[in-house]
Design a protein. Structure first.
Lengths: 169, 176
């Protein structure tokens, strides 16, 4: 009886140990430090900041940062490499503009071919404003020059109105 | 009268601009490389990886650089025209096999015909970036001094061949 109890206790002890091992194993086997999104988070931040202002030429209403097109993947790879080669942002943008033109930039440069783009809205606004001013001035002179009807004119108007009333009936 | 005419005129001008806009293709982004030296490359040849072709090997002649890939469907549309052009012997066509597998590319040429004097391989598209490639197929016309004179974005058509490519090639070939 006593012997059986001892065996029982020993087997319980082993079972507990086994359970402990089973529960702990996964955490030892697969737990790791959370990996950073990229190997170099600083470079990745610069990449995102840069590509948010660049147009994907394949899917033209998306930025290179948000596009999954092959073209954008290549661009990101290229820019990433240039960041690692210690190129400045201006140098990287110049590299892309040399190859793809100003169209890759979402923020168009200020130069003679883009003057209309930059000044166009202002010109339209000024045109609208001057039209409005001219119109308001004309209307004011019209109102100011208005004279009240003379007695004769009033009677004439009344007569016409009465006449029309008669016709309607 | 002007009161009614003026809005009508403004409206007609707007219609004119919008109508012209309809005819524009937003995919045709003008290349800044036109009239600039063609970017230099040294790439493995498709048929013989041991051999390398350099862009400088072609200085002194007018040549076409056609960017193609076996995965590119539109390339099949223009391919018969390129084969025809190569057979006529008017101008050498060089192929830039863009982001492709060598075996499938060779198979593709066997199937559709090989118009290329030499095809070179750009498996990662790096030379493609130098040339501003963003939509395969693209075709560049490069003159005797190695200057890019024209870029065709998208497949070559009979129209673009007759109206642009052939006249320009003839003109460039007649220059010294």
């Amino acid at each position: 009886m006593n012997r059986l109890k001892i065996y029982y206790l020993i087997s319980i002890k082993w079972a507990m140990l086994l359970l402990l091992v089973i529960f702990l194993l996964p955490s030892y086997g697969w737990a790791q430090e959370a990996r950073p999104v990229a190997e170099d988070p600083e470079a990745e931040r610069r990449l995102i900041a840069l590509t948010e202002d660049l147009r994907c030429l394949v899917c033209q209403n998306e930025t290179i940062a948000e596009s999954r097109a092959d073209f954008s993947n290549d661009m990101r790879r290229e820019i990433r490499e240039q960041i690692h080669a210690n190129k400045t942002d201006a140098e990287i943008i110049e590299f892309l503009v040399e190859r793809y033109g100003d169209f890759v930039l979402y923020d168009p440069p200020f130069k003679p071919t883009t003057f209309l783009l930059w000044f166009g809205p202002l010109i339209l606004f000024l045109l609208g404003l001057s039209t409005l001013i001219v119109y308001l001035r004309q209307r004011r002179t019209l109102v100011e020059n208005e004279k009240p009807l003379t007695e004769a004119e009033r009677k004439q108007a009344e007569a016409i109105l009465n006449e029309n009333k008669g016709n309607d009936a | 009268m002007t009161r009614y005419l003026l809005p009508l005129v403004v409206f007609l001008i707007m219609v004119g601009f919008l109508f012209a806009g309809l005819g524009l293709n937003p995919r045709q982004v003008p290349s800044p490389l036109i009239d600039k030296p063609a970017p230099v490359f040294q790439l493995q040849q498709l048929h013989d990886p041991e051999k390398v072709l350099s862009s400088e090997d072609n200085i002194g002649k007018v040549w076409l650089l056609n960017v193609w890939a076996s995965w590119c469907v539109a390339c099949r549309d223009e391919h018969p025209l390129l084969v025809q052009l190569a057979n006529a012997g008017i101008v050498p066509v060089y192929g830039l096999n863009y982001k492709d597998e060598r075996s499938t590319a060779l198979q593709w040429l066997k199937q559709f015909g090989d118009p290329y004097t030499v095809s070179i391989v750009d498996p990662e598209g790096r030379v493609g970036i130098d040339y501003g490639v963003y939509g395969v197929p693209e075709t560049y016309i490069i003159d005797k001094q190695g200057i890019i004179r024209h870029k065709q974005i998208g497949p070559v058509t009979v129209k673009s061949m007759e109206e642009t490519i052939l006249p320009l090639v003839k003109e460039l070939q007649s220059q010294s």
